[in-house]
Ligand binder design. Structure first.
Ligand code: SDX
Length: 375
């Protein structure tokens, strides 16, 4: 790449140095602070991973329990924010509610005014409170009273409780915990980059996370998990997979949950999510989504040599956890807020205003014409 070449979408442009996340797109490797995601997904919990992203090392057992206790104390929505969430339009996109509520949280948290006052405590509060927003918007849409914040319990259990209001089995909690670990961070994806651009102006962490939520909503990014499920609903039965997918590809439509800007082989997160989709499907006696997705993978690879990404199987797991489709992307945000806040803190620690340039290709030296003489 020469200095003056335009890299559309900033593809392969190295914008900054970071110690948080490493992706080897050719080998399909993903590391958080040097730890392989496969080890973290198998042996750790979301609380350990959030601690790792924020502090650069895995916690001791005591440190993990202390973090879990702190997160448990931070789950209550301020009353004005609760009202805002409850009064948002019922049929709207849930990511609009999440974005609005986080922005409002910032307005009711005057202490957060940029790098100097921001610490891991802000990251913990945002991480703890997002499930409360998601749960409240869901309860309000069902005309149900708010669910009281769960005292104790894991973050994964809290998310399931906030949305469903019912106890979760160990397997349900473990599958949600694995999904949260796998979605926690991913280097300079669009929403994380949006958060870092905002933080690089010395704006506050709530503004940075509001920027990130707006970016994650897009169907080319986090919004893909809901659309991947919509396609399964459109396909309906196994015998229709090939016909529907081929038709969409023939019309140059994108199959959501496939392809990636960085991975040139299978997204390692998809590998693990596929296995969880099978496990939770077997436990629930419902492999319908899993089987449709396996067939979808075969057709898309045969036609386009594209691999699945993290968004392909996540919805099949959430659906079997009785989570409605319109909350799939908010759940992505409830995990990724740990990575977003880690990047915001890193930006504050080694700050450089992020301001690229463009190659101007418009007209120059255009003579000014007064309005009376314009036609
Ligand atoms: C996430 O960046 C991250 O790390 C994001 C993420 C994270 O953890 O933060 O990993 C999470 O956002 C995963 C991606 C979720 N999005 C989708 O599943 C949407 C569908 N996928 C695509 O739109 C696409 O693959 C992107 C946006 C993810 C990446 O696109 P690129 O790198 O810009 O590649 P491209 O659009 O230039 O496509 C290259 C070719 C094109 O074919 P031609 O026009 O050259 O013939 O591949 C085709 C595309 O049409 N293609 C697809 C496709 N993805 C790419 N064709 C059909 N279906 C697809 N999904």
């Amino acid at each position: 790449m020469t200095d003056n070449e335009v890299q559309r979408g900033l593809e392969d442009v190295i914008a900054l140095e970071s110690q948080i996340c490493f992706i080897d797109g050719k080998k399909g490797r993903l590391l958080y602070r040097g730890y392989d995601i496969r080890d973290l997904a198998q042996y750790s919990t979301f609380e350990e991973v959030a601690y790792l992203l924020w502090n650069g090392r895995l916690p001791t057992a005591d440190q993990r329990e202390a973090l879990r206790a702190r997160l448990g104390e931070l789950r209550t929505l301020p009353e004005p924010v609760m009202r805002i969430v409850s009064e948002m339009p019922q049929g709207g996109n849930a990511m609009d509610v999440l974005r609005t509520a986080v922005s409002a949280l910032g307005a009711f948290t005057p202490a957060e005014t940029g790098a100097a006052s921001t610490s891991v405590a802000s990251a913990e509060r945002l991480t703890a409170i997002l499930p409360a927003i998601i749960g409240q918007l869901h309860r309000a849409r069902q005309g149900l009273p708010p669910v009281a914040p769960m005292t104790g319990g894991s973050h994964a259990a809290w998310i399931l409780h906030a949305i469903r209001g019912t106890p979760a089995t160990d397997l349900e909690i473990r599958s949600m915990d694995a999904a949260l670990i796998l979605h926690a961070d991913h280097d300079l994806n669009a929403s994380t980059f949006a958060a870092r651009v905002t933080a690089s102006t010395l704006s506050d962490i709530y503004s940075a996370i509001t920027s990130a939520i707006g970016a994650l909503k897009g169907p080319l990014h986090g919004g893909a998990n809901e659309r991947a499920m919509e396609l399964l609903e459109e396909i309906g039965t196994l015998d229709r997979v090939e016909e529907v997918v081929r038709s969409k590809l023939a019309h140059h439509e994108r199959i959501m949950g496939f392809g990636h800007r960085v991975y040139k082989v299978e997204d390692p997160r998809a590998t693990i999510m596929r296995e969880w989709s099978r496990r939770i499907g077997e436990a629930k006696g419902n492999l319908h989504y899993y089987e449709l997705l396996r067939k979808e993978e075969q057709v898309v690879f045969a036609e386009k040599k594209l691999y699945p990404n993290v968004d392909l199987y996540s919805g099949s797991i959430y659906a079997l956890l009785d989570i409605p489709k319109y909350l799939f992307t908010p759940i992505f945000a409830a995990s990724r807020v740990s990575g977003w806040t880690a990047h915001v803190l890193e930006e504050y620690q080694d700050l450089r205003l992020i301001r690229p340039t463009s190659r101007y290709v418009g007209p120059t030296d255009v003579p000014y014409v007064s309005i009376e003489k314009r036609s």
